[in-house]
Design a protein around this ligand. Structure first.
Ligand SMILES: [Cu+2]
Length: 108
């Protein structure tokens, strides 16, 4: 019930491909957990999804069925981390909030 790797740092314009290795999961942006001007995504269950992120900042995402179990991930695009506080303040279920806090410690 985890994304692997759950933290990624990429350059603006890079593409991330979410590949399902197990059934019953998706990847979608967490509301308000992306930089201003950034584009979110919403993958379908069991389907691969490819996202190209151009706006610099932090993008928090979740697996919808397992959000409550803490299945979340974080992508840092470039060096602008000014939306970190917004991600810390986003409303997440307790286990997801704990996991996101761990992932935010990898930002740099
Ligand atoms: Cu899942």
């Amino acid at each position: 019930m985890q994304f692997e790797p759950a933290f990624l740092k990429i350059a603006p314009g890079d593409t991330v491909i979410f590949v399902p290795t197990d059934k019953g999961h998706n990847s979608e942006i967490i509301a308000d957990a992306l930089p201003a001007g950034g584009e979110g995504w919403k993958g379908k269950i069991n389907e691969e999804i490819s996202v190209t992120l151009t706006a610099e900042g932090l993008y928090g995402y979740k697996c919808l069925p397992h959000f409550g179990m803490g299945m979340v991930g974080l992508i840092q695009v470039g060096e602008d981390i000014s939306n970190m506080q917004a991600i810390q303040e986003a409303k997440l279920p307790p286990k997801a909030a704990d996991r996101m806090e761990e992932l935010l410690q990898q930002v740099g």
